[in-house]
Design a protein around this ligand. Structure first.
Ligand SMILES: [Fe+2]
Ligand SMILES: [Fe+2]
Length: 187
């Protein structure tokens, strides 16, 4: 474990830290196949869930102080699952000194996806879904697809997320719909 990994471990539960390492290994493999920076994939993977174990009230505080908090984001700020990606971006920047906008964007989009995703964004989005610690119905299919076609895997994940949200009548984040539409139009 290097110094960077040590400092990240202090922020995370054992479960989340293990997940972050799984995402890192997966994202490195995908970065080699699809051609994005291995170093950026590694940094983004380790930091992507840096806010995952922070209490909701603290996450809200972080977002408030950063100026992110606004009424237009209200559905997001009520949902810790969506919120941790935004708070994670801020923590990565402010407390881990990550200035790389590409890395920060991939952290922000890792839960919802979105429009105009870079290869790095897609690699992190997919790696988060398929890392070896993930065990749910449908993950095996995504794992096979991920090493064949990155865009088709992203679409597969959007469909998975949308089915999940629709079946439970949950809020659908605008970014997910925009990302889904964009990829459908492209194919
Ligand atoms: Fe996450
Ligand atoms: Fe994650």
């Amino acid at each position: 474990m290097n110094e960077f990994e040590k400092s990240i471990k202090e922020y995370l539960s054992n479960k989340t830290y293990k997940h972050a390492l799984g995402v890192k290994d997966t994202a490195i493999k995908l970065s080699e196949i699809y051609g994005c920076s291995k170093e950026k994939a590694e940094t983004a993977s380790l930091l992507h869930d840096i806010a995952r174990d922070i209490p909701l009230s603290n996450m809200r505080q972080i977002l408030k102080e950063s100026g992110f908090w606004s009424s237009s984001h209200s559905p997001v700020v009520e949902d810790p699952l969506l919120l941790h990606a935004y708070a994670g971006k801020i923590i990565a920047k402010q407390r881990f000194g990550t200035q790389d906008e590409e890395v920060l964007k991939s952290i922000e989009l890792h839960t919802t996806g979105g429009e105009s995703m870079s290869v790095l964004d897609k690699v992190i989005f997919v790696a988060d879904f398929i890392e070896p610690g993930r065990a749910f119905y449908g993950v095996e299919k995504a794992r096979i697809l991920a090493y064949k076609n990155l865009d088709k895997t992203v679409l597969y994940i959007y469909k998975f997320i949308l089915r999940h949200l629709l079946s439970r009548e949950l809020f659908i984040c605008k970014n997910t719909l925009l990302g889904y539409n964009e990829i459908i139009m492209k194919m």
